[in-house]
Ligand binder design. Sequence first.
Ligand SMILES: [Zn+2]
Ligand SMILES: [Zn+2]
Length: 91
Amino acid sequence: MNTLIVTCPECSEDLEIPESDWLEFAEGDVLVCDSCDTELLVVSLSPPEFEVLGDLSICPKCETEFDLTDADLEHHRATCPSCGFAFTLET
Ligand SMILES: [Zn+2]
Ligand SMILES: [Zn+2]
């Protein structure tokens, strides 16, 4: 099986993504770096291109994407605006 190597733009770590997983990705999906937990938005599938998501988080419960406030970042806590789920941000 082919493995796609994606270099994290944030920590320069190589992420190995099995082709079978990659085939399920779509533009607009988010990949999380195993090494630094940076969220990478898939902007293009071929060639693979990513964009680092800045102060954006995804609710682990309902998967809504939302912007983090400075207060969220400071306290490493965020509350999903959609379902109200509060969770700890990984740093
Ligand atoms: Zn990384
Ligand atoms: Zn939610």
